[in-house]
Design a protein around this ligand. Structure first.
Ligand code: AMP
Ligand code: GLY
Length: 437
């Protein structure tokens, strides 16, 4: 079978790496990536297809006899690419536009949580500045302000006083996020530790697909502005089996049921951002796709055939498919970003030393790189995801940072404390395995 992967980041490099190992490609099948990046090019044929031109993608699938399309990022999902492909008779991993509203509209998800009695922060949906300022009076400080739509992770403000909350609301309604800010959500501030939980569903069956913890702030010790994610590890051991079971029954299952009941079943990966509060896990937000860099650490641990699992999901066969398996090991990924990120990153900086970095057994996934006259250069905010597997978090962390230190990327920087909290907990728990370098 031939497979087409949509996207161009570190998430897609990790997906391409795993898809390239799939039995689905046995017998001469080809893996394509549109548009891909220099990392996906190691495993797939990068192709130039405009993914906003749905007819062009459907035509490409017909010409290349594509048996499965895997959509990585949220924008094409919210834009209805999965609908267009399904209408064209192509199996696709990823939700319809209607189901991707779980990520595409924070207000939509909050309303669904209310209807299905899913634990989440109290909220108000507002459609104008005047309405917002009036509703704000009903919230205590800190308070969380969110643009309703897709804002590349930049639409959320945790306001520490009323002036900051009002400024954030004014910004949204002044058009800072364009259409994504036509509406806003004001939320109660929740206290606890954050964790990410992943589930695959075809709309009828739900299977857990691992957990992870991200590091959203740009600086060590969780300081500085929010980013798309500066590093992650998997599994998130704070999500104990008992908590995962609670998340499945109280959050994921009622969501999948509500979407099916509404006639818009969710098919794909549901990524729940959770706050582990004293009163139990509560939903922060949903994403309708794999996290980036959370996907990279999940793929390092995956023991099942990724292509076969995603195809079973796309063909509504999860109910009879063997549950996906993951290694017990910990995977940890450190994001190397270009100086300036999350503001305007420096472009064009030399990126070298990947072979040396990978000699220790880790993988350097390409996130924002490009080839210029045959030389690899930085071409985005997050440039590389340096990822390693270990018998303990400490071992995975040591391997990942040894690989980071072997890179030759003078214009790059990273956090030096990815996984530090978990390493400290691991030391206390006595779960430490010997450190092998
Ligand atoms: P989101 O894009 O909705 O995941 O929000 C980005 C980040 O803002 C989250 O990872 C949290 O750290 C924080 N956040 C969002 N909503 C809340 C909330 N209701 N209470 C506390 N923190 C929040
Ligand atoms: N790393 C956060 C996300 O992918 O949304």
């Amino acid at each position: 079978m031939n497979i087409l992967l949509i996207g161009s980041g570190g998430r897609e490099h990790a997906l391409a790496w795993r898809l390239a190992q799939s039995r689905l490609l046995d017998g001469g099948g080809n893996l394509f990536a549109a548009p891909g990046n220099p990392g996906t090019a190691k495993h797939a044929a990068n192709v130039v297809v405009d993914v906003t031109d749905h007819a062009a993608v459907v035509a490409f699938c017909a010409i290349q006899a594509i048996g499965l399309v895997v959509i990585g990022p949220e924008a094409p999902l919210v834009d209805g690419l999965a609908d267009s492909l399904r209408a064209g008779g192509v199996a696709v991993f990823g939700p319809s536009a209607a189901a991707a509203q779980l990520e595409g509209s924070k207000g939509f998800t909050k309303d669904l949580c209310t209807r299905a009695n899913i634990p989440t922060a109290a909220y108000a949906r507002v459609a104008s500045e005047a309405e917002a300022i009036a509703a704000l009076a009903g919230f205590t400080i800190p308070v969380v302000i969110k643009a309703d739509g897709l804002a590349a992770g930049k639409g959320v403000t945790v306001a520490m006083d009323r002036a900051e909350a009002e400024a954030a609301l004014r910004d949204i309604f002044a058009g800072r996020f364009g259409e994504a800010g036509a509406e806003a959500v004001i939320e109660e501030f929740m206290v606890g530790e954050e964790a990410s939980f992943f589930a695959l569903t075809d709309g009828a069956t739900i299977v857990p697909f691992g957990s992870a913890q991200d590091h959203k702030r740009v600086g060590d010790g969780d300081t500085g502005p929010n980013t798309g994610g500066m590093g992650a590890y998997s599994p998130a051991r704070v999500l104990t089996p008992a908590l995962e079971a609670e998340v499945m029954t109280r959050i994921i299952a009622p969501t999948v049921r509500a979407m099916a009941d509404a006639g818009t079943p969710f098919s794909g990966v549901l990524y729940a951002g959770l706050m582990l509060t004293d009163a139990g896990p509560r939903l922060i937000e949903y994403n309708a796709r794999f996290g980036d860099p959370e996907c990279q650490v999940l793929m390092m641990r995956l023991a099942s055939d990724l292509g076969e699992v995603l195809l079973a999901c796309a063909e509504n066969r999860l109910g009879t498919f063997e549950a996906p398996r993951f290694a017990d090991d910990t995977a940890l990924s450190v994001v190397m970003a270009a100086r300036g990120y999350p503001g305007t990153p420096d472009k064009g900086g030399r990126v070298g030393g990947i072979d040396v970095a990978e000699a220790g057994g880790g993988i350097v996934f390409h996130a924002g790189t490009a080839l210029e006259s045959g030389a690899l250069v930085a071409n985005g905010g997050r440039v590389l995801n340096v990822t390693a597997l270990g018998g303990s978090v400490r071992e995975a962390q040591a391997k990942a940072y040894a690989a980071v230190d072997a890179l030759d990327f003078p214009g790059g920087f990273c956090r030096r404390d990815i996984g530090a909290k978990e390493v400290a907990r691991e030391s206390l728990s006595g779960r430490l395995s010997p450190l092998r370098l």
